[in-house]
Ligand binder design. Sequence first.
Ligand code: DC
Length: 220
Amino acid sequence: MSDRPPFFVIAVDGPAASGKGTIATGLGKAFSLPVLDTGLLYRCVGVLMQKAGEDLDDHEAAACAAALLTADQLNDPALRTRAAGEAASRVAVHPRVRDALMEFQRTFARQEGGAVLDGRDIGTVIAPDAPAKLFVTASPEVRAHRRWSQLKAQGERVSQEDVLADIRRRDERDGGRDTAPMKPAPDAVLLDTSEMTIDHAADAARRIVEAARATWLSAN
Ligand code: DC
């Protein structure tokens, strides 16, 4: 009898605009697994607080907003804006917000068959036993250019310099917080997408996960 859990979890972590979202979506298709963009949870908490006029540094109010969050709130296009990304990074420093969102993510990860989750702490905190872990990076300049193009396509007017400053600030906050800081899990495979097209990166990710899946399948 195998003691392998009946779910195959793929953890995709990395900084803003590294390509991890597109990679996670591609992996979901390639391995027929549902995908959760965990950044949306934090974005939703930040946006709910801003709509209610709350202070993002108020950890009590942030924990309440996180506890009330439901899956049907995650499709709001307002979660994709530049302001929502910044608000998400600020509420994500509160340990009680992270605790409140943990069960939702773990339940998603442990569904039958498995799942793909992308975020900052999937391989380290949410699913440390995931058999496939990727940490996707790219230089701040490349990421800023990608994010600027996305925002432009969404109709947001902002300079590339400002987006680069956002990215650097978020990297520092997300990687420097005390609770669940963004960092590669010791067993994650690093994938630097700076010099890659998105198709090339998705392909490289698929090959890494295929190898991890073969190892997982052969384990007892
Ligand atoms: O992936 P994203 O840019 O949508 O994430 C927005 C912010 O949410 C990010 O700057 C930090 C926070 N976040 C987090 O702390 N942990 C996660 N697993 C996902 C996102």
